[in-house]
Design a protein. Structure first.
Length: 510
């Protein structure tokens, strides 16, 4: 990866409000871009704006916003390289905790899709007899299918490509890797593969992926080796925020003495020039800006909508179709059914909610940094239409009851052992971001050739360059079909685009 010579620390006095780059928003791509740019010698300010922290507090318990699954980092070439550059690879690898298996529960079947192929084959044979070989072959191939496209993702591709040379380069890279268009192995018919395919929305951010990679890469990475990360996605961000500060960057966000929310981004002559933070008289200026927030949040901090017609038209290409509704159940550990795994995909026949994904985690009280060994949190989640919010809290409570009913069938006789049933969308009151959707599913309107040739891969969303000359996007709408890897790639490319702008200004900069 390209590097720049180290720069001096930001001096005290009025100049402390002037930066090379300002990152706005609490999404993972922004944290990646901020840390990488600081490592490469740029003066960086990161205003988190919409971060949610590790969880929310409810009746004395610290609870997750959603289940979170991470693949092995060694299966994500550029992610591993970026963490290595930042000196975080070892810490991140050690923090990842593997799930023993993905437990699949259907009305007439329950089996463990273990990491070991021999154990997985035995489970399928036990449940499906003569029908098992076809399912076993498809799942075995699916668990390794992401490896066939690793060569393509060893390089920072222009995804999505918006300029002629980028499109030309990307077409060549796609032709050189035919596996990118291969039929996903989990597309094979069968009861297990059919249910496992429905797990894809929990891994990436597309409502209906038009291409193969969300299944053959993003889902395959998780099937190969599902992992937990302490604090979930926010845990990754915190790791990067600490590194940003160690490198001399300035971070305004969770963990600070006060809350920092962007009030307005000023744009003059089609260039972003400065931003203001709510409740502060300070104005922060920079040469370049990175937006790591969803389109609706970015629109709210822009000046008069009419003046930013092109930018708003670009942001309007993204729309949210569904969002993840999580239900947390705090209960005694000894009340969990014997044999129930800590990662469960539960089929819900006849319910338009679709399958539930359950992740069992240690229970933590708000006044302690240590898990309560006697208690567990079962975090169950399903996707619901975005219109569910418009129908009011009464309807959302009905949805929570439906999720609870499915949990009753999975964990019979456990209701008396439940200490608390909580859902972040309804119960995270008083917390910035409590109404923020932790995992939306997007649809994108096509805009001429903006999404070609990446369109065929089914992973790309909004262009990363915006109509505002020095404003780059690094949110989850850039590569929604690649999930966690896509968020890292969006951040890395945002950093590269920022460096490109500085090189144009100063041809002598390394």
């Amino acid at each position: 990866m390209p590097t720049s010579p180290a720069r001096a620390q930001i001096p005290g006095g009025p100049s402390r409000h002037a930066f090379d780059t300002i990152v706005m928003g609490g999404q993972l791509g922004g944290a990646v871009a901020a840390a990488v740019l600081a490592k490469r010698g740029y003066r960086v300010l990161h205003v988190e704006h919409d971060g949610m922290g590790h969880g929310y507090a409810h009746e004395g318990w610290l609870l997750p916003y959603a289940p979170f699954l991470a693949p092995q980092l060694k299966g994500l070439p550029l992610v591993e390289a970026a963490l290595e550059e930042l000196g975080l690879n070892t810490a991140a690898q050690r923090s990842l905790k593997p799930h023993a298996c993905l437990q699949v529960v259907m009305p007439d079947h329950r089996l463990d899709l273990a990491v070991g192929e021999a154990r997985q084959k035995a489970e399928l044979t036990r449940e499906f007899g003569s029908e098992a070989p076809a399912q076993e072959s498809a799942l075995r191939e699916a668990g390794h299918q992401h490896e066939t496209t690793n060569e393509f993702f060893k390089h920072l591709q222009p995804l999505p490509a918006t300029r002629f040379l980028e499109r030309w380069r990307l077409r060549g890279a796609i032709r050189a890797c035919p596996a990118l268009g291969a039929l996903p192995a989990v597309a094979a018919p069968g009861p297990v593969t059919s249910l496992v395919r429905q797990m894809a929305p929990f891994i990436q951010y597309l409502d209906a992926p038009p291409g193969p990679l969300p299944l053959s890469r993003a889902l395959a990475q998780i099937l190969n080796a599902p992992h937990q990360f302490p604090g979930g996605r926010e845990g990754f961000r915190e790791l990067l925020y600490r590194k940003l500060q160690d490198l001399g960057g300035v971070y305004l966000g969770a963990g600070s003495s006060e809350e920092f929310v962007v009030e307005e981004l000023t744009i003059e002559s089609n260039r972003a020039t400065r931003l203001r933070v709510v409740g502060s008289g300070n104005e922060y200026t920079a040469s370049t800006f990175i937006a790591a927030m969803d389109s609706p949040a970015l629109r709210r901090v822009l000046p008069t909508r009419k003046r930013q017609k092109k930018l708003n038209e670009m942001l309007d290409l993204a729309s949210t179709r569904r969002f993840l509704l999580a239900v947390n159940v705090v209960m005694r550990a000894d009340a969990l059914p014997r044999g129930m795994g800590d990662l469960v995909l539960l089929e819900t026949p006849g319910d338009e909610l679709g399958p539930l994904l359950l992740q069992v985690q240690g229970a933590r009280r708000t006044d302690s940094k240590v898990d309560d060994e006697a208690m567990r949190v079962v975090c169950a989640a399903a996707f619901v239409p975005i219109t569910a919010r418009e129908r009011g809290e009464g309807h959302l409570h009905e949805l929570v009851e439906r999720v609870s009913a499915h949990l009753d069938r999975l964990m019979p006789f456990s209701r008396n052992s439940r200490v608390l049933v909580s859902t972040p969308y309804l119960d995270a009151g008083g917390v910035r971001g409590s109404r923020l959707m932790p995992h939306p599913l997007y649809a994108f309107e096509s805009a001429s050739a903006l999404f070609d040739p990446a369109k065929s891969l089914g992973v790309a969303g909004l262009p990363q360059r915006s109509p505002v000359k020095n404003l780059v996007l690094a949110n989850r709408e850039i590569l929604p079909g690649l999930g966690l890897e896509g968020e890292f790639l969006a951040g890395l490319r945002a950093a590269a685009l920022v460096q490109e702008q500085f090189k144009k200004k100063d041809p002598l900069r390394a």
